[in-house]
Design a protein around this ligand. Sequence first.
Ligand code: FES
Length: 147
Amino acid sequence: MERKQFLRSLGAGAAFAITFPCLGSCSKDSETEGIIVAQPTDVDFTIDLNSSEAAKLANNGGFILKNLVVVVKNLEGEFVAATQICSHEQYDQVRFINQDGGIFYCDVHGSRFSQEGTPLNEIPNSISKPLKIYNTALEGTILRVFE
Ligand code: FES
């Protein structure tokens, strides 16, 4: 059965519900709540610190998102990187925030992680798991992020 035939067989209401499940406020919610994503594998990429994509890495505390990795210039001016995918429920909402000397934070349920990936708090009814941290190496203006 083709998609069109399938939708026709469901009737207009069901077809609308399947075709447009996110009309209205859904798009805003998905931006703020994030989506569930599998952990990136075989992470190994470079960033030219002189490029426009790296502009936010010019200042301490700045970060960018690339290939599902949060790449950070921490408050001491060192580069660190962690997965963007939270170890709690795999939402892609991990970011770097300027608290307690700089930590990784997921705003979906409030998980906090040290720059080494150690959980800093417990989420009720779940087991705290470490956040995946990646290696960084700087050669000239090229920053490499890798496993
Ligand atoms: S998914 Fe990040 S805190 Fe729950």
